[in-house]
Design a protein around this ligand. Structure first.
Ligand code: MLT
Length: 261
């Protein structure tokens, strides 16, 4: 596996660190509403996974969720923090599960948004290869036409539609292909669910077309004591579509003061 690297990030606020990990094929800018809304309770740090946003695109032939998790841990080292609240949306949730497997001493709590614990089925794995081929041959615009409408709920704002499109087109086809193959090969996190013994908040858009609510709720039940909150008026990118509901749920979940270590 390649060496871990420090990621580019945007930081806002003060206090304990809450790190945000974006979905596919996005970047740190998807978390603008969370940085704005939660900076009063945490140091909010939104990272760009390698190859995305402002992070260097090292080793795209070798992407994996273990590597992405190591990159986030290396970035916590840069920030000189031992522990963080870790929040990931969709592909970012896959990174969060890998953080739990590889760096659990760095995870103070987990906030999982519109993600899933299961590995890909054979059909989904074939779909990842098709996506990698598609972007290599036809570029990100075509992937956006295909996937973009499935990422939002029934009545998305024009701003969310535009921001989703901007992130698709800002991502290089090579990186989107590398992510797809990493998602194809990711570990099944379902056996980890009962082992998670830090506080967990699972948020899920009620209109998520990619990852149905019922499956997410069933997975959350496997995590001892996890809190599950469905987010109305939101699809797969719930934190962008209904940021107030997401921010309120996160603020309600995170303790105002941390227990002394
Ligand atoms: C994402 O939003 O990160 C992706 O839809 C995740 C996936 O395709 O599994």
């Amino acid at each position: 596996m390649p060496e871990a690297m420090e990621l580019a990030f945007e930081e806002r606020g003060s206090g304990p660190v809450l790190v945000f990990i974006h979905g596919f094929p996005f970047d740190r800018t998807m978390w603008i509403p969370q940085l704005a809304g939660l900076a009063k309770i945490r140091t909010c740090v939104a990272v760009d996974l390698r190859g995305h946003g402002l992070s260097e695109d090292r080793d795209p032939g070798d992407y994996s969720f273990d590597l992405f998790a190591d990159d986030v841990a290396a970035t916590l080292d840069t920030l000189k923090v031992q522990e963080a609240d870790v929040c990931g949306l969709s592909m970012g949730g896959y990174v969060a599960f890998s953080m739990w497997r590889r760096h659990r001493d760095r995870v103070r709590s987990l906030i999982l948004i519109d993600t899933k614990a299961e590995a890909d089925s054979d059909e989904a794995r074939a779909g990842r290869e098709a996506t990698a081929d598609l972007v290599a041959k036809e570029g990100m615009g075509v992937l956006h036409e295909k996937l973009g409408p499935k990422l939002v709920g029934g009545n998305p704002s024009q701003d969310v539609i535009d921001r989703v499109q901007a992130m698709f087109t800002a991502t290089s086809p090579e990186i989107a292909a590398a992510d797809s193959l990493a998602m194809r090969d990711r570990t099944d996190s379902t056996p980890d669910l009962p082992t998670i013994d830090v506080p967990v908040l699972w948020l899920h858009g009620e209109e998520d077309q990619l990852m149905p609510l019922a499956g997410a709720e069933a997975s959350a039940k496997e995590i001892p004591g996890a809190r599950f909150v469905s987010i109305p008026k939101a699809g797969h990118v719930a934190s962008m579509e209904n940021p107030d509901a997401v921010n309120d749920a996160i603020a309600d979940f995170l303790p105002a003061k941390l227990p002394k270590a």
